[in-house]
Design a protein around this ligand. Structure first.
Ligand code: ZN
Length: 294
C-alpha cells in the first residue's frame, strides 16, 4: 500500500483529525541513512509527525520543519515536509540501537534524551514562525502533543509508531493527530479518549493492515465526521546536482579549500537524503566564475 494521509473534521467542526500510513517512506529513510533499529523508530516517528503537521499546509512553497534536539545518542533529529506530502529527514547519529524497554519496545526516549522540540512553519501569508517546548519523554508523540497544547494553545493528542522486523526493515509505520477546539463538549472529549485507549498501538494497527481511513474511523468512532482530503506521502528531497554546485560556488576560498581533495574535486553530501554529489575542479571553477558575474 502506498503511503498517504487523510484529513478530517468532526464533532460539529470542533475536532480536526489527521491519520497517516508511512511505512514505505520510513523504510526509504532507513535505507538511505542506514539507521539502526532505535534510530529508525525515532526518525520514523519524527517523519510521520512532520507529515501530519504538513497536512495543515495549503499553499505552494509552504513548509514545516520539526527539530528534536535531545542530549541522547541520536544527537538530534531534523525533518521537514511541504504542502505536497514530500517529507524528508535525518538523525545526526544513525547507528543507534539500544536495549528494548522492559515492555519490549524500541527505546526511543533514551535515544533522544532530554532537550527541546522545535516546530518551524513557513507560511505563505504569516511568514516564518518557530515555537518550542521542553521534551516531555523523548518519545516524540507525547512531546509533540505537549508542544501543540502548551506552546500553540491547541489541545492535541498524537500517536506515532514504527515497527521493525528482526533484520531492521520497517514493516509498519503510521500515526494520527487530533486537535480539539475549546468548544468541544466534554462528552466528545471523553469519547475520543476512550477511542484512543481502544485503538492502542498505532504501529500494530498499521501492521494489521488498517488504512488511514480506518484509523480515523476508530479514533472518531461515535462522532460525526467528514474526510476532507487524501494526500499522497513520499520521502522526497529537494536537493539536486545544480543546487549542490550552486552551494559550492557560494563558498569562500577557505571553505572551498577544505572541501577539495587530492584530485582537486569536491564532494557534497545532502544531510536530508544522503545523496552524494561529486564535482570536478573544472565544474567548480566554471560555477564560481559564473557566480562572480552575478
Ligand atoms: Zn537531498
Amino acid at each position: 500500500m502506498a503511503d498517504y494521509l487523510v484529513r478530517a473534521i468532526g464533532a460539529g467542526g470542533n475536532v480536526r483529525a489527521f491519520a497517516a500510513v508511512t511505512t514505505a517512506l520510513v523504510d526509504e529513510a532507513r535505507r538511505r541513512h542506514d539507521t539502526w533499529p532505535t534510530a529508525t523508530a525515532a526518525l520514523g516517528r519524527a517523519l510521520t509527525a512532520t507529515a501530519l503537521l504538513g497536512a495543515m499546509l495549503k499553499d505552494p512553497d509552504e513548509s514545516v520543519t520539526l527539530r528534536v534536539a535531545g542530549d541522547g545518542p541520536l544527537r538530534g533529529i531534523i525533518c521537514d515536509a511541504d504542502e505536497r506530502g514530500h517529507v524528508r529527514g535525518y538523525v545526526n547519529e544513525p547507528h543507534v540501537d539500544l536495549d528494548r524497554t522492559p515492555q519490549g519496545k524500541l527505546n526511543v526516549g533514551a535515544a533522544v534524551g532530554a532537550g527541546t522540540i522545535y516546530v518551524t512553519r513557513q507560511l505563505a501569508l504569516q511568514g516564518i514562525y518557530t515555537g518550542s517546548a521542553e521534551l516531555v519523554s523523548g518519545e516524540i508523540a507525547e512531546d509533540l502533543a505537549y508542544y501543540l497544547t502548551r506552546s500553540e494553545q491547541t489541545p492535541s493528542a498524537v500517536g506515532l509508531g514504527v515497527r521493525v522486523d528482526p533484520d531492521g526493515v520497517v514493516v509498519a509505520a503510521g500515526g494520527y493527530l487530533l486537535q480539539l477546539m475549546p468548544a468541544t463538549p466534554d462528552a466528545d472529549r471523553d469519547r475520543l479518549e476512550a477511542n484512543l485507549a481502544q485503538l492502542g498501538s498505532v504501529s500494530l494497527a498499521v501492521e494489521r493492515g488498517m488504512t488511514p481511513e480506518e484509523i480515523l474511523a476508530a479514533v472518531l468512532a461515535g462522532l460525526d465526521y467528514e474526510i476532507l482530503e487524501r494526500r499522497d506521502l513520499s520521502f522526497t528531497c529537494r536537493c539536486s546536482r545544480e543546487r549542490a554546485l550552486a552551494a559550492i560556488a557560494m563558498l569562500d576560498e577557505k571553505d572551498l579549500a577544505a572541501l577539495e581533495e587530492e584530485d582537486h574535486g569536491a564532494e557534497l553530501t545532502c544531510h536530508f537524503c544522503n545523496a552524494v554529489y561529486r564535482f570536478s575542479e573544472e565544474e567548480i571553477r566554471a560555477a564560481r566564475q559564473n557566480a562572480d558575474k552575478h
